[in-house]
Each structure stands twice: as C-alpha cells, then as structure tokens.
Design a protein around this ligand. Structure first.
Ligand SMILES: O=C(O)CCC(=O)C(=O)O
Ligand SMILES: [Fe+2]
Length: 335
C-alpha cells in the first residue's frame, strides 16, 4: 500500500480573499485534476465534529432492538439504520453498519407515473434512546452543507466560470449524511468495509476517527491510503461534478478496507448534491480546459444521469435492495 501524501488545503485561505484565495484555487485545481481527493483544514467544525463522532459510538452501542426500531427498511426515504452487511456495493455486502439522515422534510405524495425520486424527500427516523441526536446531527449536516457550498463555488472558479454558476441548483442543496461503524475484518479474511464506488453527488466530506481504512484509486499507483489527519476532513469529487465539467474533473473510485480483527473504525460521510428536481449544467469550458475534458466515464454498470434525482436514486436503489423491494416496486432492478 502506497503512503502518498494527499494535498492539504486550508479553508481560511479561501475566505481570506486576494492572493491567499488565488493560491487556494491553484491548489484546489491541482488536487482536483491529479487525484480528486484532498484534506481540508481551517474549517471550524471541530466541537460539533467531536459530538457527532461520540454520538455515533453511542448509537452503534445501543441494543439491536433500539437500532432496529429506526431500521431503514421502514423508510421509503432511505433514512435510518442499516445493519451489518445490509448494504451492497457492486453486488457484495459491505461489512459496516450505518445510520442515514437527509434534510428533515415532509413526505411528498408521489403517483406511479411521476418520477420516483420525489420519494427520497421526507422525515428522518430518530432513535428515542438518544434524543440529542436530532439537533446535533442536523446541525452538523448544515455546517457541512455550508463548507461544501463554499467549495463548490471555488470549483466553479477553478473551471473558469462565475462563482455562482451552481447556485441555482443548490439553493438549497440536497444533503445526505451517514454515521458509520466498520467492525474488524471477518474470520474469513473478508475486508470489504465498503466496496469500490464513486459518490453520486457534487462533493463528499468524510470525517474519520483515528483508524485508517479509507483508500482512493490512483491511475498510476493503484489503491492509496487516506489516513486520518488531525483537524482535517477529507473531500472528494462526486459524479455530478464529473458531468458538469464533461469529465475535466473525475469522480474518483474509493473504498474502505475493514480494520484489523480487534479494531473498529468510525466515520461520518456527508454527500452534497443539487436539488433533486434540477439538472446538472454542462459547463462551457474555455478551450485550454476543454482539451482535457474527455467526457464523463461511460460505464454500463454505472450510467451517469444529468437529472439529479435520477442519479441520486440510482445509487440508493442499488445499495439498499431491501428498501427498493419494499417501497419502489418495479424500480428495484432499474439500475
Ligand atoms: O467511511 C468512509 O471513510 C467513507 C465512506 C464512503 O465512501 C461512502 O459511504 O460513500
Ligand atoms: Fe463514498
């Protein structure tokens, strides 16, 4: 396993403006073009972050009956608890348990002939045993949403577009956050914490505890470790940014390998996409960038959709076949 250091960017440079901001944008451009994965520090998330990671540990330590009282299978909106190996990546069960939330909304009534991604909108499920979870997790989701919005504006500038290019689609953004627990590797030697995948949104922000396991696929080096870095979160590019930039920016494949048998890894992954009822704009890049825009990747196993709701729902249906079967009749084999 390579120990290549990934770029570390400081958000304070972006907010400072002037030369510091220009230096940030150059570093962002370089990070985005070379690996699509980088660390961000100077984000002021720290207090909330500690509370969220601690709540994650408390939640996963609850008795099974408590966790299953908010099981995702009961939610057409893909919210709640997924037990170990309840999620599939590339058809194979992931060795992780998780708790998913999105925006706290009212469910929308959706007719059979209407786009089914409207069903993603709805209320979260909250465990009675940890009443403080709602406020803390929604607060962190909002804070990460603000960070991702600032970064997306910076990406627009890197692509030599007005900073506000993506604003219409992300006012407000579609957000999704999950707490995750990866137990130690199985006695069989199985180590798929989460299998290789791209994230379907614009940007992802990962908060990790002290345990490594996250890896990114680099064209020239193979799988490279993304170890925890004190005070920094990990950012990666998702499929919507690949589509918007016509492949100039690439959503990078990544995975999590289970820790050693006697270890546990905790993380929190946040995904920011545009509004479900919007389309990703295909940007008109200047010639000197366009020559490196080779089109979005064409993987028949993973079609990319400009319609945001279609792209987000594709990922959800594929990962959670039990929810698909219970709530999306006829769509469970759509992707
Ligand atoms: O747990 C992590 O570090 C990353 C998880 C991830 O890539 C995902 O859930 O999409
Ligand atoms: Fe991911």
């Amino acid at each position: 396993m390579q120990q290549t250091a990934l770029p570390v960017l400081d958000l304070r440079d972006l907010h400072a403006g002037g030369e510091q901001k220009q230096a940030f944008l150059s570093e962002l451009a370089e990070a985005a073009r070379t690996v699509g994965f980088f660390y961000v520090k100077g984000h002021q998330l720290c207090c909330l972050q500690d509370e969220v990671m601690s709540l994650g540990k408390q939640f996963f330590a609850l008795p099974d009956a408590e966790k299953l009282s908010v099981e995702m299978k009961n939610s057409a909106h893909f919210r709640g608890y997924t037990r170990l190996q309840g999620e599939l990546t590339q058809g194979k069960p992931d060795l992780r348990e998780q708790f998913d939330i999105m925006g706290e909304d009212q469910a929308v009534k959706v007719a059979d002939n209407e786009p089914q991604w409207w069903k993603l909108i709805g209320p979260n499920q909250w465990p009675q045993a940890l009443p403080e979870m709602k406020q803390t997790l929604l607060g962190y989701q909002q804070a990460l949403s603000d960070v991702s919005t600032a970064l997306l504006r910076a990406f627009a500038e890197v692509l030599e577009q007005p900073a506000t290019t993506f604003d219409e689609g992300i006012t407000p953004p579609y957000t999704h956050m999950k707490l995750i627990r990866y137990p130690g590797s199985a006695a069989t030697g199985e180590r798929q914490g989460v299998g290789a995948h791209k994230d379907p949104g614009y940007l992802t922000i990962v908060t990790q505890d002290q345990q490594s396991g996250l890896e990114v696929l680099k064209d020239d080096e193979g799988w490279v470790s993304v170890p925890p870095l004190e005070g920094a979160v990990v950012i990666n590019i998702g499929e919507l940014l690949e589509l918007a930039s016509d492949g100039y920016l690439r959503a990078t494949y990544h995975r999590v390998q289970s820790p050693a048998a006697d270890q546990v890894r905790y993380s929190c992954a946040f995904f920011m996409a545009a509004k479900l009822d919007s389309e990703v704009p295909l940007l008109n890049l200047p010639e000197h960038l366009k020559k490196d825009a080779l089109g979005p990747s064409a993987d028949p196993q993973n079609p990319l959709f400009y319609q945001v709701g279609d792209n987000v729902l594709k990922g959800r249906l594929r990962s959670h076949p039990d929810v698909a079967q219970a709530h999306y009749h006829g769509f469970d084999r759509a992707c």
